[in-house]
Each structure stands twice: as structure tokens, then as C-alpha cells.
Design a protein around this ligand. Structure first.
Ligand SMILES: *Cc1c(COP(=O)(O)O)cnc(C)c1O
Ligand code: SF4
Length: 377
């Protein structure tokens, strides 16, 4: 097993019988994705609970894992942080509080798949496909569901809306995952966006450097480089995800002049331990990837077992202050229908009963249901 935060980072190891040239080919990885318990057995020994959950949850939320990401799993440890992110658990079926769309994104969409909560910037969900599906995904309601596929015509409607809305200076392409698109499709989209004079900044939100780093080819980077200023935010959650392959993917982006940031989700049993979070952030910085945000896990259906009390989250980041490089410390935020609210800041008002109360940038008061902290031992 890879030790946490080891350096230099180790490469992924393909299973016996797989040609290394296939392994590093992103098309091969996409075509050989794991979609059932049988496929998973090549990498791990699923527990009876995992086996049952794969079947029970199949209709609710897609089960797909890249061979690369599966190869990072501990075959024998059900508590493996990689396994927990992508292999279903029965706990997903027993969540009374969770919502399908906790950020009310549908209500904040001026046109299909554009989410606007700020005057000057939008999240544009250009694609509903990902290389794999994370069990805690905020966009569970739409990812992997063909109803949310953007036809070229619909992408054009959204582009026309951006062109007709001069306040929009910053466009975040997200999904799903925009890097699941072919280079040609992405190039078409970026060309159209760059033709809009008021779009100053383009950002890509992508998990592929984490889940399928071989997608970040030299050809892709050479194409992206033509659309500067372009920023990338990726989504590493745990030091085990920091392989030589992932670091090389980030390095290719960085050499193309693209600043790379990281957004994690604070997940119970995955990265809610101060040592794990510090090791993640410090190793990211060695990769020249800047920890940007860590999100409080949303009140999303089927994810109660992942939610950490906000007070415990605040302690983790408070504990990093003074003990590591300032730019290794991400901002811990709560996303709300009014935008993101920093939780280590006077905007965070504190607990009121079973809620945590925050003030958004626009003065709105938001109450987030908040689990009770652990009793002090
Ligand atoms: C996160 C987000 C943004 C970008 O927010 P920054 O704080 O600028 O990174 C923009 N629009 C929506 C809807 C978002 O969720
Ligand atoms: S990569 Fe992002 S959008 Fe895709 S399933 Fe995971 S969290 Fe959701």
C-alpha cells in the first residue's frame, strides 16, 4: 500500500496482463471502465455490503469507475478512502434529510445548465458525463442522466445567453466533466467563448487529473494554451490519489501556463483527519497545485454518512494555521443557494440548535442543518 504523502510519488500499477501502453491511453481507460461487481473483483475483494449496494443502488445513481482509479484502492480494506468515494455503501439508502438539489441550482438557471448565483460569473454545466461517479456528487441529480445531456443546439443557446449578458466576465466550465469531451468538441466550445469580448476568464472544473490523468495529453494542453487566460481547478480528496501519473498531468497543465487549483470535499472517514488533510495540502503544493477550496459536504440525498460537523471542520483548518505554508491552507467553505460562504470568517455566525447559521456575501442569512460534534473524549 502506498504510504500517505510519500515523495517522490509512485506511479499507478496496472493489473497483471494489461499492456502499459493501453493503461496510459485514456481511450482504453474509458472503454474498460468498471460497471459491475464482477469488474470490481479484478481490483478488490468487495465486502458483502458493497456487493449488495452495487445492485441496490444501480437504478439510483450510476456506478462507473476507471481502471486507473480502481488500481489505487486497497484490495482488502473496506475503509480505504478511495473505495469509500466511489464504491456504493448501504448507508446511501438511509438518509432522511438529504435533498436532490440542495443548492437550488435549477431555480438559478437562466438557461439550461447555466447556474448563476453571482452577478459576474457562472457555472456552465457543459457535460453531464464523468470518467467515474463519486458517491457524494453534488450534481447526482444530473450526472450520467441523459436528460441533462447538452445537445450542440443547447450549448449554443447557453453561449448566446452569455454573449447577451455583458456582466459575465468569468465562465466556469463544469459538469459533469468538460475534459470527457473530445479535444475537437472542447476546442469548438472554447473558440465560441473566446469570441465573446466580455468573457475575461475561462475556468475548467475537472476531476480527470485525479480519476484519469492520462486524459491530460500534450495535444490537449497545446490546444488549451491557445485560450488563455484559462485556469483549471481539479478535485483531489486524499493523499493516496497523489500518484506520479496525477502529478505529471498537473505538470503538463502548469507547463502550458495554466494555474492549477484544487477543490476538495470534506468527507467523513476519507479526509476529516487533520494529519490526512495537512498531508494532502502539503503534497499538492509540492506538485505546484494550490489548495483553493474545501467544501462542507452538502445536504445531498444519500450522503449523510459523509457529513462532518462544521465545528470539527473549522478545527482542522485552524490547526493548519502557523504550522504550514500559508498557501497550503485552503479556504473551508459552505456552498449555499446564495454562493460560497467562508466558514473560518465572521460570515460564519455559528450554531443555532441543529443548524449552522451563515451570512452570504449578499447579506442573506442561510441556515444549514449541521450534525452534532463528537463529545470531547
Ligand atoms: C463556485 C461557483 C462559482 C465560482 O466561485 P469562485 O468563488 O469565484 O471560485 C461561480 N458560480 C457558481 C454557481 C459556483 O457554484
Ligand atoms: S467528478 Fe465531480 S461531477 Fe463527476 S461525479 Fe465526481 S463529484 Fe460529481
Amino acid at each position: 500500500m502506498r504510504s500517505q504523502g510519500s515523495w517522490p510519488l509512485a506511479p499507478s500499477v496496472p493489473p497483471a496482463g494489461v499492456d502499459p501502453a493501453d493503461w496510459t491511453d485514456w481511450g482504453w481507460q474509458m472503454r474498460h471502465r468498471i460497471r459491475d461487481a464482477e469488474g470490481l473483483r479484478r481490483y478488490i475483494e468487495p465486502t458483502p455490503e458493497e456487493d449488495a449496494a452495487i445492485v441496490d443502488l444501480a437504478r439510483r445513481f450510476r456506478f462507473v469507475i476507471t481502471p486507473y482509479f480502481a488500481s489505487l484502492m486497497d484490495p482488502r480494506d473496506p475503509d480505504c478512502p478511495i473505495r469509500k468515494q466511489v464504491v456504493p455503501r448501504p448507508a446511501e439508502l438511509g438518509d432522511a434529510a438529504g435533498l436532490a438539489d440542495p443548492l437550488d441550482e435549477v431555480a438559478h438557471s437562466p438557461v439550461k445548465n447555466v447556474v448563476r448565483v453571482y452577478p459576474d460569473r457562472i457555472a456552465f454545466c457543459v457535460n453531464n458525463e464523468c470518467a467515474l461517479y463519486c458517491r457524494y456528487c453534488l450534481r447526482k441529480r444530473m450526472v450520467g442522466d441523459s436528460e441533462w445531456t447538452m445537445q450542440k443546439k443547447e450549448l449554443e443557446v447557453a453561449l448566446d445567453w452569455i454573449a447577451a449578458t455583458p456582466e459575465i466576465r468569468d465562465v466556469l466550465l463544469t459538469g459533469g466533466d468538460p475534459l470527457v469531451f473530445s479535444d475537437a468538441r472542447l476546442e469548438w466550445l472554447l473558440t465560441r467563448l473566446r469570441a465573446i469580448p466580455h468573457v475575461e476568464l475561462i475556468r475548467l472544473g475537472t476531476r480527470l487529473p485525479v480519476t484519469l490523468p492520462f486524459r491530460v495529453t500534450d495535444d490537449l494542453c497545446a490546444m488549451l494554451e491557445r485560450f488563455h487566460p484559462l485556469w483549471v481547478n481539479t478535485h483531489f480528496n486524499h493523499p493516496k490519489e497523489l500518484t506520479a501519473d496525477a502529478a505529471a498531468a498537473c505538470d503538463r497543465l502548469l507547463r502550458a501556463g495554466i494555474p492549477v487549483g484544487n477543490q476538495s470535499v470534506l468527507l467523513k472517514g476519507v479526509n476529516d483527519d487533520p494529519e490526512t488533510m495537512k498531508s494532502l495540502c502539503e503534497t499538492l503544493v509540492r506538485m505546484r497545485v494550490r489548495p483553493y477550496y474545501v467544501y462542507q459536504a452538502q445536504l445531498l440525498e444519500g450522503t449523510e454518512h459523509f457529513r462532518v460537523p462544521i465545528e470539527d471542520g473549522i478545527e482542522i483548518f485552524k490547526g493548519m494555521r502557523g504550522r504550514t505554508s500559508g498557501f497550503a491552507i485552503p479556504q473551508y467553505v459552505l456552498d449555499t443557494p446564495h454562493g460560497k460562504v467562508p466558514l473560518d470568517h465572521p460570515f460564519a455566525k455559528g450554531r443555532d440548535g441543529d443548524d449552522f447559521v451563515v451570512e452570504a456575501w449578499d447579506g442573506a442569512i442561510w441556515r444549514e442543518p449541521n450534525p452534532r460534534p463528537k463529545d470531547p473524549a
